[in-house]
Ligand binder design. Sequence first.
Ligand SMILES: [Zn+2]
Length: 487
Amino acid sequence: MKRRSGLRLFFAATGLILLILAAAVYLYGPRQAGPILPPPKVPEALGFTPQVYDLNVSLDPSTGRLSGISRVEYTNNEEVPLPELYFHLYPNAALFSQDVTRPGRLTIQEVKLGESPVPWEARNTQLKVTLPQALAPGEKARLTLTWELVVPDYPGRLGENEGIISLGNWYPILAVHDAAGWHLDPYYDRGDPFYSEVARYTVHLTVPDEYQVAATGNLRSVKDLPGPTKELTWESGLVRDFALALSREYETAYGRVGRVLVQSYFPRTERDGGRRVLQAGRAALDFFSRTFGPYPYDQFTLAATGFYQGGMEYPNLVFLARQFYGREDADILEYIAVHETAHQWWYGVVGNNQVEEAWLDEGLTEFSTLLFYEKERGQTAEGTRSLLGLYEAYRQANGDGAVLRRLDAFPSDLAYNALVYGKGCLLFLKLREEVGEETLLKILRTYYRRYAYRTATSRDFIQVAEEVSGRDLTDFFRRWLEGAEEG
Ligand SMILES: [Zn+2]
């Protein structure tokens, strides 16, 4: 009760400011799509040719079935010929079939190279496509994949829950081939077990008229189709993935940060939470753009979904758990929104292998969240404090653990959370003590600029830190990344 009356007073006193803000924040009607945006800008002269996806998909929400055709233009950017290409079929992970009435499944029906069918083999979360002859460095392969997805009734990155259909890691996505070869990790039930490279996407989605859709990319057109359906088309800049969230209950609020459109999608019963998310997203996007370097896309969307683990980052789009949209969870919701927004810089623009070096995006993202709260709110977020506390408690109970290891090498989820988020964030706090805040920010800006649209490794980060600070930080990073005394 105290909180409520305090809030009423606050709103009365700031009525004028809210009126001015209202001029920048519009509410869409429930039937309208978001605004049509211009074609996205695609950076050139990267030194490699990004892959190209054209997805044509049609969803029947009443059955959860989605039929898809993907046209994929793969350029061999490696220095070796590739006799095979690999895709991940993440919806076939076991977690999407456990405790559900509609198990998730991604079934490949046909794979063609140009006009000719080619041999392929799908096993669990992996698809191997054998090329008639090895793809030479610099050559392109144009593949067409025909497939069907069953969306599980599951409260995850992929799944239907609480009236919202989340499509995260939902289509056949190219595995990464780098100097170590193909990375074919399964969908570990820990952390964000993904690793992908930037690509350009065009996505056409056919859905019933009453669905509102949040998506990666710029909405380019909305076409009326015969019957009560429509076709939405998006085009993306250079992004590592393409995600969507749909609901019949969605309303949209939007505002701008400079030239960037920021959108909040939320069930119409959660208008207050939806507006708070919009404000948090705008504040965070503005802060991180000023602090690390500009957000290079035209739009950023925050969507309420049935995802049960707080939040999940995708390029241009983050999923936030609908369960936190109530007034009583306002602080948690803001904290999650800020954290997921920071991932647009760390994971989104600057990529890393999240299976092998999760600290590089999670530790840096949590530290970025800490910075936001310090500078914009004058305090550390409760969420960050509890992660730092979790690490301290873990260390006392189990001894210290190494941060830099594969997802499947952590002894438990607790160890993963304490070490990757808690100790990973503390590492950056200690680095700030070591080199000073000004130098640390210069390190982060340099790292962002240099590795934009690329995959950075721990070694790359350390190299930038040493170069910018002019110091030998070998011992510092060895202690923080590899130091361990776990019993
Ligand atoms: Zn995160």
